[in-house]
Structure formats: structure tokens, C-alpha cells
Design a protein around this ligand. Structure first.
Ligand code: ADP
Ligand code: MG
Length: 674
């Protein structure tokens, strides 16, 4: 039995809307190793059809093709892959070299697909290239070679896996006569090593150098002439049988994708830039959320005891002019100005005094009964304009906010200590004015002049420490004393002052929020700090929604963009895909190459997005720090990782369809050049 046997081979091409076209009609042919067979015939006679069937690029036929005793009708995808890897080498009229790969990479491609180790790969490729007179060219790109050199590279690629059969469809069709001779010499040499070489040709001169000429006309064999034999000799190409074929590794696929992307560098940079916008928006958004959250938490924790909830009576609008019940604050972050009634300009005592309503006994009872409230601390606080002063060495230093220290934490003390009986805390501004520096003021004796319940009270106190409003914005100059000191002060003046601020101490920090919620449900007001924080959080939420919208849209756009670009890439690389299939690349390998490309695009977009986001956080923080004295963008490593992973996932999902399309390409279509 001959090495290749064709029996009653028929080929029909389906034509839509018409009868099938029969391109091969009952072809019978036996071919053996060591033969150099020329297939001749007019254009359209069926030569390429026959080659494609023989080479296993087209598996639709009727009749029988037997290669080395194996019936091709029984082949499955895996068998075709092995057939291409081990038995067949293709040489095409238009060379079909992969333009973005070097000569060496073109020749080693088949071995890369089989995961032959790099050293063996290069050694074998260089050996073959050397025998074909290309040792000086292996680093060049195909575009830097002449036609004859290109075809020799293609022959090297066909030979490198040491196949039994070389199929050459018009290998000299694109060459001038001198290079035709060179290539024919090589092809003859190949046949002499005991391979079966089948070549399609138009040229009589070419046909004359073969051992056998088969003539096809209109799909039928009309002539088969043997014309001498070749003097067979040993394996001139010195190739030992290759190792069992394995598969394309992911790393090799990445390298192939990288080589292709490098070829279209500008385009890929632009794509990555476009893709990075969405990722950047997400990261900036997350960083902003994190930064603001950090800032709020820090501010709150620095100034507010996590166990304590501040409570005030609800605002009741009275028509009585001078005792309007606007907010007052003994704590931090009173939204300045807004809460000072316009009608309370200083026009003599007790003008300009604003304070919350006092708590009645029933209110206190109600608050005491809130679950998890362990302690109820009563306090007093008032906000005045123009009437409260610290008098030191005969000079008056005005302050606006007066209150008791109930509910303060150690972190509210910038310098010095909590005030004992007969002592007060003052804010830094007042201290600076009266003593030059805050520390200087500590220990100084001053006269305090405050208006309580419409009465102007005076008493001497020692400054025990400096009150810090933390990072709070818009804190008023303030004076604080302990609740006991306050009681003494009012008692000495025969005043009975009800508490207008209550601090509820929770049994556990985790229960503080529940207490705050209950306080709100009962109709009381919480601290202005809480109110400010929640306004802030709401604003941040709105901002986050807007940014997520932007991020979402740009991620979607970049996914579409990547999809489009990969589709274009598939079209551009059609020929390469055909070559890969012809030399034994599986669908899976081709998919892998394209998935690698989308992985790389995703990775680069992600990295770029993270980089840009990082720059934005740096610049943004510098700007915000100038305005508010605090950084507001906090980009954590987790956000960077999240951004890159998101980018890679989106890109790979977008790449699935193009990769699938590439894997399904028909190699005959892909390699056709008309
Ligand atoms: P050759 O290589 O000898 O020039 P081909 O084998 O390419 O000829 O084509 C043989 C005949 O089959 C031609 O008439 C051609 O039009 C037809 N043919 C080739 N490929 C297809 C196809 N995919 N669909 C339909 N007809 C085809
Ligand atoms: Mg043809």
C-alpha cells in the first residue's frame, strides 16, 4: 500500500441557491515517499482543492483518503492536529509568513505550539535555516526579505517538524526564474531525503524537475506520467524525530500576543488609554469614599467619645424676639453663622444669647429609659455674641461659646488638663490673643464674664488647659468648665439653671447608634456634629452615584472598544490564524492567543488606570490640603488590585467572542490569496 492513497475522491462545494459544485470527480491516486510529484492543470481545475484535502485543511469529501494506513474519514479534531504537527508541511505561493514575527519565530512557531523547549526549538530552527542559506537572516522580519528568501523561510517552517509529506501549492508562482531554480533545488533535495513532496505548478520547467507529473482537468485526473527517480540519500536535514507533541503554553501565548501588540504599539496604547478611564474613575471614586470616610471617622473619634450621644431639646419657634430658640453648641463643628438668629445682634445685655431649651424632668426620664443608656450627664451650653469675655490683665478677650465639659474626651485637650473646680478650658484662639502662645496661657488667672439666663456673671478662674476642636471646621472660640463649677457659679448668683444639653452614655460603643436613632425618633435633636456628618455622607453618596455612573459608562464603552479592536485584530490576523491551523494549532491554542491579547489589553488598561488614578489622588490631595488642611483621597493597594482585576476581567470577557471567531476560522479561507 502506498503512503498516500486516494480512492474515488469527490469534492462538492455547496453553492447557496444552486446545486453543489463538483470540484473533484472520482480521483484515484497513489503517492509514495521519495517522490517529487507535480500537479499541473489549468486554473480552476481543482489542484488547490486536492491539496487542501490531502493536507487535512478541508475535511469535507466523499471517497477515501488513506495516509500511512490511516483513513482520514475517521479523523477527529485531535487527529487532524497531530497530522498537521507530525506528517504535513505546507508551502504556499504567497509564503504566508506571520509579518510581526521574526524569521526565527516564524520557523519555531510550530514547535512553540507543541511546547518544545526553547533551546531545542531554536537549535532546530537555526539548523534548518542554515541549510537553506538563511543563517544571516533569522532575526529579520519577513518584510525585510526578498521573495526567494521568504519562500525559503516558509520551506524551513514546513520542514522544521520533519514531516513525511510536503505540500507546496505553486511554491514558485511568485518568484523570478533565478530564485525559482534555487527553491526547486531545495525542494528536490527535500524529496531526496525520502519525503513525499507534492507541488502544484503552472510551469513546465518546474514540472520537468519532478519524478512524476499528474495532470488534472475539470476535477479529473487526465494524465499521470513518471519521469525518472531521485537518488535518495540520508536525511540531509539532520532532523531527528521530534518529541511527542504537547500544547501551547499560556506563557508562549502571552509572548505571541505581545509580539503582535508591539507591532501595533500606537493603537494599543490608545486602546489602553481609553480603557483606563473607567478604571481610573472607579479607583478615584473608591479613594474619595475611603478618604472622606476616614476624615469623618477621624474627626468624630478625635472629638467625640464613641460611647456618648449628645441630645438637645427640639427647636420651638417663638414669636418672642430676644429669646429665639436657635441652636447653640458647646461642642465642635457648629455650622457657623447660620444658626445665629439675625435679630440677635448685640444691643446690650442680654442681647445675642442663644441657647437650647432646658430639659424638663419628664424629658430626662424619657431619655433615661432608652435601652442601653448607662448614664445621663447633664450639661449647659450657650452661644452668645458680644457679651462673653475672658478678662486678663485688664484686657477683654471675647468668646462666643460657653458650656460645661460633660461629654468631652481627653483628645479634646490640646495642652494642659481637664478643668477642676475653679478652673476653665479655653480655645487656642483666645489663649493666643491673651498670652501669645497657647501653652503660655495655662496656669494664668483670669476673670470670666459670662451671660447665663440673662444675667451677667463674673468670677475668677485659673486656665487648666487648651480645648481642641480637632480638625473641625468653623469651631467658635469657647470657654468650658466642669458641671460642678457651673453649678457653683450659678448657685453663688442665686440662679437655677436647667440643663439644656444631655449626654447619654451607652453601655457599649456598638449601641451608640441605636441610642441616637431612638433619640431622633423621640423628636430630640442630636449634636450638630452628627447632623453635619450625615449631610456630608449624603453629599458623598450623591457624588459616588455620579462617579459610578461615569465609571460604569466608561467601562462599558471600553469593553465595546476592546471587542471591536479584537475583531479587527482577528480580521488582520486571518492569515496567521490559517498558518497556525495548518501547522497544527488547535482551536484552543488560537483562542488562547487571542484571550492573551485581551488579557494584556486589560492588564495595561488597568495599570494605566491605576497610575492615572494615583496621580489624581496626589494632585487632588495637594489641592484639597491647601483648602481644608486635610487629604481627602485615600487610594489603598486593595483599590489598585481591584481596578486591575476588574479591567482584566472586562477585557477578557470582551475578548471571548473575537477569540471564538478566530478559533472557528476556516483555514482554507484564511490562507486563500486571490
Ligand atoms: P485550482 O487550484 O486548480 O486553480 P481550485 O481547486 O482552487 O482550482 O478550484 C477548483 C474549482 O472549485 C474552481 O472552479 C473553483 O471556482 C471552485 N471552488 C474552489 N473553492 C470553492 C469554494 N469554497 N466554494 C465554491 N467553489 C469553489
Ligand atoms: Mg489554486
Amino acid at each position: 500500500m502506498a503512503f498516500v492513497e486516494l480512492k474515488n475522491l469527490n469534492k462538492f462545494y455547496p453553492i447557496s441557491g444552486a446545486e453543489d459544485f463538483q470540484a473533484l470527480k472520482d480521483v484515484n491516486l497513489s503517492l509514495d515517499k521519495g517522490e517529487l510529484v507535480s500537479i499541473v492543470g489549468e486554473s480552476g481545475s481543482g489542484k488547490s482543492t486536492l491539496m487542501n484535502l490531502l493536507g487535512g485543511l478541508d475535511s469535507q469529501f466523499s471517497g477515501e483518503i488513506t495516509i500511512d494506513g490511516q483513513n482520514m474519514s475517521t479523523f477527529r479534531e485531535k487527529d487532524f492536529v497531530n497530522y498537521h504537527k507530525e506528517k504535513i508541511g505546507f508551502v504556499f505561493q504567497s509564503f504566508n509568513l506571520v509579518s510581526h514575527l521574526s524569521v526565527l519565530d516564524n520557523v519555531t512557531l510550530a514547535m512553540t505550539l507543541s511546547n518544545v523547549d526553547k533551546k531545542t526549538r531554536i537549535a532546530r530552527a537555526r539548523e534548518v535555516l542554515k541549510q537553506l542559506g538563511l543563517e544571516a537572516q533569522y532575526k529579520k522580519k519577513p518584510s525585510q526579505l526578498s521573495g526567494g528568501q521568504k519562500q525559503r523561510v516558509a520551506i524551513a517552517r514546513a520542514l522544521v517538524n520533519d514531516p513525511d509529506i510536503i505540500i507546496a501549492d505553486e511554491p514558485t508562482g511568485a518568484l523570478d526564474s533565478q530564485t525559482t531554480d534555487q527553491v526547486l533545488d531545495i525542494i528536490q533535495d527535500i524529496a531526496k531525503t525520502g519525503k513525499l513532496v507534492i507541488m502544484v505548478t503552472h510551469s513546465e520547467k518546474v514540472a520537468a524537475r519532478s519524478t512524476r507529473v499528474v495532470t488534472i482537468d475539470d476535477g479529473k485526473i487526465i494524465g499521470d506520467i513518471r519521469q525518472g527517480e531521485l537518488a535518495l540519500h540520508d536525511n540531509a536535514f539532520g532532523l531527528q524525530q521530534k518529541s511527542k507533541s504537547k500544547n501551547l503554553t499560556f506563557l508562549a501565548a502571552i509572548r505571541l500576543a505581545l509580539l503582535n501588540m508591539k507591532e501595533k504599539l500606537a493603537r494599543n496604547i490608545l486602546i489602553a488609554l481609553g480603557g483606563s478611564i473607567g478604571i481610573m474613575s472607579i479607583i478615584v471614586m473608591l479613594s474619595l469614599g475611603e478618604g472622606v470616610n476616614d476624615y469623618l471617622t477621624e474627626t468624630m473619634n478625635a472629638n467625640v467619645n464613641p460611647l456618648v450621644s449628645e441630645v438637645r431639646m427640639p427647636i420651638v419657634i417663638e414669636t418672642n424676639n430676644s429669646s429665639e430658640n436657635a441652636d447653640s453648641s458647646m461642642m465642635i463643628m457648629t455650622p457657623a453663622g447660620a444658626e445665629i438668629p439675625a435679630g440677635s445682634a448685640p444691643s446690650g445685655p442680654p442681647a445675642g444669647v442663644t441657647q437650647s431649651d432646658p430639659f424638663g424632668e419628664e424629658n430626662l426620664e424619657e431619655l433615661r429609659n432608652i435601652p442601653h443608656v448607662a448614664e445621663v450627664n447633664l450639661a449647659y451650653s450657650s452661644l452668645t455674641i458680644g457679651s462673653d469675655n475672658v478678662i486678663y490683665e485688664g484686657e477683654k478677650y471675647a468668646f462666643m461659646n460657653f458650656g460645661t465639659t460633660s461629654g468631652m474626651t481627653d483628645s479634646n485637650i490640646l495642652y494642659g488638663a481637664f478643668p477642676e473646680e475653679g478652673e476653665i478650658l479655653i480655645t487656642e484662639g483666645v489663649a493666643n490673643q491673651m498670652a501669645g502662645t497657647a501653652e503660655e496661657a495655662i496656669g494664668k488667672e483670669v476673670t470670666l464674664d459670662v451671660t447665663v439666663d440673662g444675667e451677667s456673671l463674673e468670677k475668677n478662674y485659673v486656665i487648666s488647659g487648651i480645648y481642641s476642636a480637632g480638625q473641625a471646621i468653623g469651631a467658635f472660640e469657647s470657654v468650658y468648665m466642669s458641671a460642678d463649677s457651673f453649678e457653683t457659679l450659678t448657685a453663688e448668683n442665686n440662679l437655677e439653671v436647667e440643663p439644656n444639653v444631655v449626654y447619654l452614655v451607652s453601655d457599649d460603643p456598638d449601641n451608640t447608634q441605636a441610642i441616637k436613632d431612638e433619640v431622633a425618633a423621640l423628636g430630640y435633636r442630636g449634636s450638630s456634629a452628627d447632623a453635619l456628618a450625615s449631610t456630608f455622607t449624603q453629599m458623598l453618596d450623591i457624588f459616588t452615584y455620579i462617579l459610578s455612573g461615569v465609571a460604569g459608562i466608561s467601562l462599558f464603552v471600553s469593553a465595546i472598544m476592546i471587542l471591536t479592536v479584537l475583531y479587527i485584530s482577528v480580521v488582520e490576523r486571518t492569515q496567521e490564524i490559517g498558518v497556525i491551523k495548518a501547522i497544527g494549532g488547535r482551536k484552543k491554542d488560537i483562542r488562547r492567543i487571542f484571550v492573551s491579547e485581551s488579557f494584556l489589553i486589560g492588564l495595561f488598561s488597568g495599570l494605566l488606570g491605576v497610575g492615572i488614578a494615583y496621580l489624581i489622588t496626589i494632585v487632588g490631595n495637594i489641592i484639597v490640603e491647601n483648602l481644608f488642611d486635610t487629604a481627602i483621597l485615600n487610594m489603598t493597594p486593595a483599590f489598585a488590585v481591584f481596578g486591575i482585576v476588574t479591567s482584566v476581567i472586562i477585557s477578557m470577557v470582551a475578548g471571548l467572542m473575537p477569540a471564538q471567531k478566530a478559533a472557528r476560522l476556516d483555514p482554507v479561507e484564511a490562507l486563500r490569496h486571490d
